[in-house]
Structure formats: C-alpha cells, structure tokens
Design a protein around this ligand. Structure first.
Ligand code: ZN
Length: 172
C-alpha cells in the first residue's frame, strides 16, 4: 500500500486515489498534480517514482509529450535536484523512443518555460519533448536587430553569473 499526500487534503480526491501511487506532495488545485494522482484524464506515456509523462493536449507536432516531476514544484527554484536529474534522464529516454516510434521525428526539442515571462502557463514544472521535422512551423525566434556582444560584454555577464552561483554556494 502506498499513499499520496495532498495540500488540499485527501478528501479532495478520495482514498482510492492513493491506492496505487507513491508518497508525494501534490496540490489539489493543480491540473498536473491531478493527472499524477490519476484524478484527471491524460494519455500516459511513462511513469516511475519520480516522474510522469503524458501527451500534451495542445501538441505542437504529433507526439508532443509533457514530462513532469511527481511533486508539486511551481518553478525550477522549488524543484528538488533528484527530480530535476530524473527529468533529463527520462526525457532523454522518451526522446530516443520517439525516434523509434514511427512518428514523424527528424529531430527533437526539449523546452522548459520557467516563469510567466518565459511562456509558462501551468505552474507545475514540466519539460516539453517535441518531435520536429522539416517545415513543421515551430522554432525559436531571435529578437531582430540584436547583434553579437563584445567579448568584454560577455565577460562582464559571465562574472555576474559566477557571482550569483557563489552567493548561492554552488560554486567556489
Ligand atoms: Zn502540481
């Protein structure tokens, strides 16, 4: 017997929701948490103790998968390292499988939006795994008129980032 813990309380989903899942912290108001708990409809692709993958209901291309940690983290700052690591490990396996699936897949993009300004709309961290092919219409746009910065500018920005890493205790 395994169990779920919900911020909204177990009554939000009923005891049967806990019947086949693992100890995780989920938010009853979050669509992705509800999918993880088996309380919202989704087309599952993969799940283990750490992550769950399911089809995006607004796919960029056929085969577009969302991979989410089995714990409610509204942004990367709240995502425990072990879940983040597993997102990449399993994301890579799903990507490799995508290439063997028979779906049209000449390349793959990983895309993760962290924050509203970055395009995040569901505030439960999720990695998009998107099959790509020539002429699919998807892609990144560079702002127009932005040229490459000088080496001095690059060095100055790199130093700001190194300082921020040191302040967090993540670099010596
Ligand atoms: Zn959630």
């Amino acid at each position: 017997m395994v169990e779920c813990r919900f911020k909204g309380g177990p009554a939000a989903f009923g005891p049967e929701a806990a019947a086949e899942w693992i100890p995780v912290t989920l938010d009853a108001a979050c669509t992705f948490c509800r999918i993880i708990a088996g309380q919202a409809e989704a087309s599952l692709v993969y799940r283990d103790d750490s992550v769950t993958a399911f089809m995006d209901i607004y796919p960029v291309t056929p085969g577009h998968v969302l991979l989410v940690p089995n714990t409610h983290s509204p942004d990367l700052g709240h995502l425990p390292d072990e879940y983040g690591g597993q997102l990449f490990v399993i994301g890579r396996r799903i990507a490799q499988s995508m290439r063997r699936s028979g779906l049209r897949c000449e390349g793959i993009n990983f895309f993760l939006a962290d924050g509203q300004a970055a395009g995040q709309t569901v505030f439960h961290t999720h990695l998009h795994i998107i099959p790509r092919f020539d002429g699919d219409g998807f892609g990144f746009r560079r702002p127009s008129g932005v040229g490459p910065p000088s080496r001095e500018e690059l060095q100055a920005v790199a130093e700001r980032l190194r300082s921020a890493l040191r302040l967090s205790g993540w670099a010596g």
